[in-house]
Design a protein around this ligand. Structure first.
Ligand SMILES: Cc1ncc(C[n+]2csc(CCOP(=O)(O)OP(=O)(O)O)c2C)c(N)n1
Length: 826
């Protein structure tokens, strides 16, 4: 007998009992019976080698088919809550309903397997308990007052969830297997197990929950922040009640959960003001395999869920072959979310009956495990025997229903869309650009002055920082027309004028409240109290809402979140800002898979704005380029807009255009750094009152120039200064402000106006293999009508810019010299 055992048996005091229970509360999950196939060996724990009735009782609670990890939570109230739920008697569950759910889940897969042999569907078999788990979660959510659930998941079991939880008719799934309408998606569309779906869930208490499964790409976990952003937007629509009314449920594969950083980034946002969704419910659909890779090669920890312990949130591991325990855990998890507005993780441990997809043979890599699986009956059979029920009538009925659904699908001419857009999308459209979409974006000077005064105002007694005070005084002068308007003020006026027109504005990014370049000051900070004041929230009583958030230091999750937000708030101007444009490549998956391709794949629109500081200023390889070339490579079918406004007024009109046009397309804006306050890029109030954004800024001359330089952004101002210094009157400079959709009529008109020009020269700061050159050259050549189009650029390079400031200056000097070199020599 160990010393510990002896001590406990000789002194059965309350403290000793508590001590034993605490050992199991802390470590019991390591010896819980979690793997239906018995592969997950219990961990030898000397702490748990205690005997006696208390230990037996504690072992029954904590080493059964539920393994609860919660003792890492510092908040005693939360620990006590989980403890109470674990240690109280398991509530009764509706076993007949659970059995029916299991039968439906498995027979659905079997029917698809026999009818469409050799087609990938990513079966849920081996994890069928996911359906009763989601059922328990949504039923409990309905009791808590939830009205909508935003669900996200990858491939595994997705078709099953669409049918049995989201509520889409099985005929729609069959229609996709039959591929009844291939012409409708030529060159576009997406595979069936990525599609979004909208439906309704009938809860046991009589309430109906709106359900939506978010469209998602193959890139595992990329959908996580998107789903949360969508939930946040839906919550924002409902005001204070939003967090209770809208629930996010995100499902993960075990390999992806452990391996993909975007999920870790998303979890890190859970408690941050701008990104909180009142707690999302996470389910790891844990089949203890990732494609062909076993858990020990997928993560360094025992459980794939360990990363979740970065936050003080509970993790409930549950054996997927104990459906009663699964249903119980679902309810506990959901109620924890609602009690503490906290994320919560359910780790549903089962197996995968087939290969990664049904066309893959798993016996090559896991022969022993798959021999076991082959001999293992489906869960509904095990459960029916356990509860003494006859499942055959349900099986028959489900088969008949699915037969009928397939027949129905064969009669369809089109695959009906499984998702529906909410009515707030009615006023917006995508598709091709046409000029009739344009609206006036100018604002009368008197209104600008009024908005400007309000932007520069702060409450009496507010202790303002002297530097900010000066900036606000300057803004006041700008509003009164006594000082030229810089980019910071132009942006504030764009936001302010939109807010007054009823357009909400949401901005987030790293240090975006102050602005990386000290240019924004969206939130003023009292230097005595550190209280905040956001002038744009105090413009007028009937103004729209304004939110500006500093984000976590992440690109992928924050951009994903804002994309999600924009998907459910088309009426708002939603902006994500990169600290420097270079860092946007940390969010490349979001850009490629959602922002740019969303319309093509899913016919889903977004008006999200990406603000990407760009420009060569000698700050090294990573603070120069927002990779214009990459965005241009992605540009097709008018699905994104790519612009580089060269003046404050142009930025003002561009932002307003984005919000006021009915055309909802993502907008990539290359924003300035050194030009933020440069006189050449500043504007007058009159320019902000001008009718609209100019896609092309023509040269101010009479069109007689012998040589025409074409450019975009900062380099144009440098070219103009150089032209002045040289007293050159034979060179024209045209600014291309919108790189895509390429404004052909405007550009052609301006190039044609220069009838005497012998050549056109595209001038860019970027190396030859970057920037807009490769994209524009063939187009410019076409518009030049036979005249040569030359180019001036840095030499091709693998890295965007030099690390030496002096080298940068030498290069810049050479660029300008070449741009003004005599014809034919560039
Ligand atoms: C980011 C990313 N990398 C790789 C893949 C290819 N891939 C698709 S499924 C899969 C295995 C996923 O395993 P797991 O997360 O455990 O989910 P399961 O398929 O077992 O349900 C992999 C590697 C992918 N889709 N996304």
């Amino acid at each position: 007998m160990s010393r510990q055992q002896a001590a406990i048996e000789s002194t059965p005091s309350k403290e000793a009992r508590e001590h034993v229970w605490n050992l199991f509360r802390r470590w019991g999950f390591l010896q819980a019976n979690l793997d239906p196939l018995g592969g997950l060996e219990p961990v030898a724990m000397p702490e748990l080698e205690v005997g006696g009735p208390e230990a037996e009782a504690a072992r029954r609670v904590y080493c059964g088919t539920i393994g609860a990890e919660f003792m890492h939570i510092a908040d005693g109230e939360r620990r006590a809550w989980v403890q109470k739920r674990m240690e109280s008697e398991a509530p009764r569950v509706d076993r007949a309903k659970i059995l029916e759910r299991l039968v439906r889940a498995e027979i659905f897969e079997q029917v698809l397997q026999t009818r469409y042999l050799g087609t990938k569907r990513y079966s849920l078999e081996g994890e069928a308990a996911l359906i009763p788990l989601l059922d328990a979660i949504l039923n409990a959510a309905a009791e808590q007052g939830a009205e909508q659930a935003v669900l996200a998941m990858s491939h595994r079991g997705r078709l099953n969830v669409m049918t049995h939880i989201i509520g889409r008719p099985a005929a729609e799934i069959f229609a996709r297997f039959e591929d009844v309408d291939p012409r409708s998606v030529l060159g576009g569309g997406d595979v069936k197990y990525h599609m979004g779906a909208t439906g309704e869930f009938q809860a046991a208490n009589g309430r109906t929950l709106g359900t939506h499964l978010v469209s998602n790409p193959s890139h595992l976990e990329a959908v996580d922040p998107v789903a949360n952003g969508r939930a946040r937007a839906k919550q924002t629509r409902l005001g204070k009640a939003g967090k209770r009314a809208v629930l996010a449920v995100i499902m993960h594969g075990d390999a992806a959960f452990a391996g993909q950083g975007v999920w870790a980034e998303t979890l890190n946002m859970a408690g941050v003001a701008g990104f909180n969704v009142g707690g999302s419910v996470h389910i790891i659909v844990n089949n203890l395999i990732g494609f062909t890779t076993v858990p020990r090669d997928c993560h360094s920890s025992r459980f794939s869920s360990d990363l979740a312990k970065r936050l003080p949130i509970p993790i409930f591991h549950v054996n997927a072959e104990d459906p009663d325990a699964v249903a119980r855990v679902g309810r506990i998890a959901l109620e924890y979310r609602y009690t503490f507005e906290s994320p919560v993780v359910v780790d549903l441990i089962g197996y995968r009956r087939h290969g990664h997809s049904e066309v893959d043979d798993p016996t090559i890599t896991q022969p022993r495990r798959y021999r076991k699986i082959e001999a293992h009956p489906p869960l509904w059979k095990i459960y029916a025997a356990e509860i003494g029920a006859d499942a055959e009538p349900v099986v028959e009925q489900v088969r008949e229903e699915l037969d009928a659904a397939q027949k129905e699908a064969l009669e369809l001419e089109k695959s009906p869309p499984m998702r529906q857009l909410p009515p707030y999308w009615n006023a917006y459209r995508g598709g091709r650009y046409d000029a009739s979409l344009e609206v006036s974006t100018g604002v009368p000077q008197t209104e600008l002055a009024g908005a400007g005064e309000a932007i520069a105002r702060y409450p009496e007694g507010f202790h303002i920082h002297p530097k900010v005070k000066k900036l606000l005084e300057q803004r006041l002068e700008m509003a009164r027309g006594k000082r030229a308007i810089d980019f910071g003020m132009a942006e504030a006026l764009a936001f302010g004028s939109l807010l007054k027109q009823g357009v909400p504005v949401r901005l987030s990014g790293q240090d975006s409240r102050r602005g990386t370049f000290n240019q924004r000051h969206a939130a003023l900070i009292d230097i005595e109290t550190e209280e905040e004041f956001l002038p744009l929230q105090h413009l007028a009583p009937d103004q729209a809402w304004f939110e500006a958030y500093n984000s976590t230091l992440s690109e992928a999750s924050v951009l994903g979140f804002e994309y999600g937000f924009s998907r459910d708030f088309p009426e708002a101007l939603v902006l994500w800002e990169a600290q420097f444009g270079d860092f946007a490549n940390g969010a490349q998956i979001m850009i490629d898979q959602f922002v740019v391709a969303g319309e093509d794949k899913w016919n889903l629109l977004s008006g999200l704005v990406l603000l990407l500081p760009h420009g060569y200023e000698g700050q090294g390889p990573e603070h120069s380029s927002a990779r214009i070339e990459r965005f241009l490579q992605l540009a097709a079918r008018d699905h994104i807009q790519i612009c580089q406004p060269s003046t404050a007024a142009q930025y003002f009109h561009l932002l307003r255009r984005q919000a006021l046009r009915a055309w909802r397309k993502p907008l990539v804006v290359f924003t300035p750094k050194s030009m933020l306050r440069h006189p050449a890029a500043s504007s007058s109030l009159a320019e902000l009152s001008a009718p609209r954004f100019q896609t092309v800024i023509p040269d101010a001359g009479d069109g007689s120039a012998a040589r025409v330089l074409l450019c975009t952004g900062k380099i144009g101002h440098e070219l103009a200064a150089e032209r002045k210094r040289r007293k050159d009157s034979s060179t024209a400079i045209i600014f291309l402000e919108q790189l895509y959709p390429i404004p052909e009529p405007e550009l052609a008109a301006e190039m044609d106006r220069h009838a005497a020009a012998r050549e056109f020269v595209w001038v860019q700061e970027e190396p030859a293999n970057m920037g807009a050159l490769a994209f524009l050259l063939p187009r410019l050549e076409r518009l030049a009508r036979g005249r040569p189009v030359l180019s001036v650029k840095r030499s091709a390079s693998a890295s965007p810019a030099t690390g030496s400031h002096k080298a940068h200056e030498m290069e810049q000097h050479t660029l300008l010299a070449l741009a003004f070199a005599s014809p034919g020599r560039s």
